[in-house]
Design a protein around this ligand. Structure first.
Ligand SMILES: [Zn+2]
Length: 146
């Protein structure tokens, strides 16, 4: 099971949901015969909302990933699927502590994207990449010193 001892419980619970395919994206709801008003990603409004899209290939997710990558000094690695992104830390040329920190920050990133998506979808709060990055840095700040 994907989890990190350095991140808040809510982040690990969200990681568990991603791993178990329990994130209620529009595509997942339709698959479970639950009606949705729109299948479009509420953050970019241009593609179908799947978990791979919302956490990986969405332009918002990609921009946030780029900010995280620069902040954590991670090489420019591109993952096509969420499961690949969640295991990127394993291939880093880094100490075990840095790998663990990167894993935690990636999990925080996914949780922050999910929160921003929900705020956009249910409260019409505009998506601001700098706000998502600020939240990730606030929650993950201490881990960069591991
Ligand atoms: Zn999108």
């Amino acid at each position: 099971m994907i989890r990190c001892k350095w991140v808040p419980a809510k982040v690990n619970i969200h990681a568990w949901r991603m791993e178990m395919d329990k994130v209620p994206s529009a595509e997942a709801l339709i698959r479970r015969n639950i009606g949705v008003h729109s299948t479009l990603c509420p953050t970019c409004n241009s593609e179908e909302e799947t978990v791979d899209h919302m956490f990986d290939t969405c332009i918002i997710a990609a921009n946030v990933w780029n900010g995280v990558r620069v902040w954590c000094k991670i090489p420019n690695i591109y993952a096509f699927y969420l499961k690949d992104l969640l295991s990127i830390f394993k291939d880093l040329d880094a100490t075990e502590k840095k790998k663990e920190a990167v894993q935690g920050i990636i999990l925080i990133r996914c949780w922050s994207l999910w929160r921003a998506r929900n705020n956009a979808k249910f409260s019409n709060t505009p998506i601001r990449i700098e706000n998502i990055l600020s939240e990730i840095k606030a929650l993950g700040f201490f881990m960069v010193f591991l």
